[in-house]
Design a binder for this molecule. Sequence first.
Ligand code: GLA
Length: 711
Amino acid sequence: MTGAAGWHHLTAGGVSLLVEAVAGASPRVLWWGAELGSTDLAAVALAAGAAGPHGGVVASSAALLFPNYAEGDASRPALAGHRGGVDFSPLPKCVTVDSSESALAITSADESAALSVRTDVEISESGLLRLRHAVTNTGDSDYVLDGVAAALPIPGEAAEVLDFTGRWSRERSPQRRPMTIGAVVRDSRRGRTGHDATTLMCAGEPGFGFRHGQVWAVHVAWSGNHSTYAERTPSGLGRLGGGELLLSGEVILAAGAEYVSPWLFAVYSGAGLDGVSASFHRWLRARTNHPKSPRPIVLNTWEAVYFQHDLEKLCRLADAAAEVGVERFVLDDGWFGSRRDDTSGLGDWYVSAQVWPEGLSPLIDYVRGLGMQFGLWVEPEMINPDSELARAHPDWIMSTGGRLPAEVRHQQVLDIGNPAAYAYIFERLDALLTEYPISFVKWDHNRDLVDAGQSGAEPHNRAGVHRQTLAIYRLLDELRAKHPGVEVESCSSGGARIDLEILQRTDRVWTSDCNDALERQAIQRWTGLLLPPELMGAHVGPTESHTTGRVHSLSFRAVAATFGHSGMEWDIASITAQERARLRTWVSFVKDHRDLLHSGDVVRADYPDPAGWVHGVVATDRSCALFAYVQMASTAFERPLPVQLPGLDPDRCYLVRPVYPAGQPADVNRTGPAWMAAGEIALSGRALATVGLALPILRPEQALLLEVSPR
Ligand code: GLA
């Protein structure tokens, strides 16, 4: 809705964004938060106009949509750059506004600095906002761009910040702190999204939980260097924002050239983090490119065979996979060039005649003959110095200063921003996808970009991460256009490339290389704030975790792998018949429940004991649900506190029963409460959300699934 005085009210899903865009003035954000309804916009604008501070600049109290120094906003500016040392302080003023119920496009210009800015703002049905700035150099000389960020204001109630860090095999660890005056800035200079990328920056009412407290959250949708921040200035103004982190000299806009910032996704929830994830999940699921078919059960060969590729052994693995109900068999690293271990071969995307003398067809035909899809691992943006490609084209390696970057996992980065390298990689992948009936590509990226100058014979190359990031998007887009039936997984040493821009051209992520089911509870819980279960690869790993050495029961591992795009990563040809039978029962359970798990609302309870985690998926019509109670650690209590099941219809009656698709946790019956002895209980959604259910005594690292169905 647009008001007479240039007020634009975007509202949906319980959220309002009120923007004032008047020709000749800087656009301002008057409100972002709970829905305003049909309030008088003029009165809101008047109410929002703050007093000028003593000795300050009046405009500094207004939340500019394009924060700038020129009007005395002392916080992080939207744009940093210069034209040969001048035009450092642009003041873009509104020229035109195009608006609809769900979108705004504001064009602003600063004639003196010769820059124009188009700001796009959109709201989805769930109230999710996204915004970005496109900056054009309207002058006739180069403009050096140091950064463009998008940001939205947050009120004083947002006084606690939650962000995420991580490392290989432990992605997305939460960290909380008070939001005081100053900035919390999370820079990712990894040349990929990063294991430590914050994914979300949340600010909320102190103590906000999954089901309570107002929360504002942003995500920078970018797969290269980027920055995300929460800031409050002494004026009281707070903001959440972020954008691409440009390396020096990386973007120099020639006359007439345009730079488009990444989308900043922004979500408000009146009731905790479950509202944040619900908004992201609804937006993702509404996309036309969101995977629609039932997510096939995967077997990935990595932890089963590593580099030991042997047709006979892989066929036995495929037999076992088919027996337990796997639908997609994925051949991981080791099938090409000299790649018998991780020291060589990256870049030589030709099937190895040494290990695959008849090509991949014997295995692919065998796998498909068993009724499974075939998937293949690749790592196209990488190159081993020990490879035919590196020997033929050493100048395609990203570098600067006449030196090679430090090696990581014996590899360097191939500059796919270089048209010749791009053409080679496109040809190789296209040829493989044309020759073989490949349904799925596990697309990996196993190192940070360091000293990543654009390639070429010239030793003093310009920074190339921006160009590389655009090139990977183009490569995926062009391959997918040519091979539309092929699904792609975004893997990057596990979960180091998880963001909403890579997800515009991929169908799931490899959430982490850590298949330890205890660690996975945390990794999936926090990755799940952004992504719904169907986009997160979740596999049953070996009994003894290869990354942590922990030993877990199959039942515990299966519970973790249920709440994602399920699969396994284990040499299931060598396990016992009983284990295989349990795996088969679990696979068929997942198949029966994946419609619910991959379309319903993800909920987590604010369980009062930190040793127990409760999460679930509730059907959107609230007719049924599946919950997990997970004993993360030993509890201080003699018996677990009752578990409340959130998100159900208070006025409906449900049947709840414990289910054990991959076997019962030891002793669960001996210590089970009365209702479990009866096998099930009928209760209203209201009673389940308030009184809750007594639980059996579980040992640490045991879990229980509770199936909720209509009475
Ligand atoms: C990365 C991936 C793993 C596996 C290996 C293969 O670490 O995250 O899943 O594919 O590479 O080298």
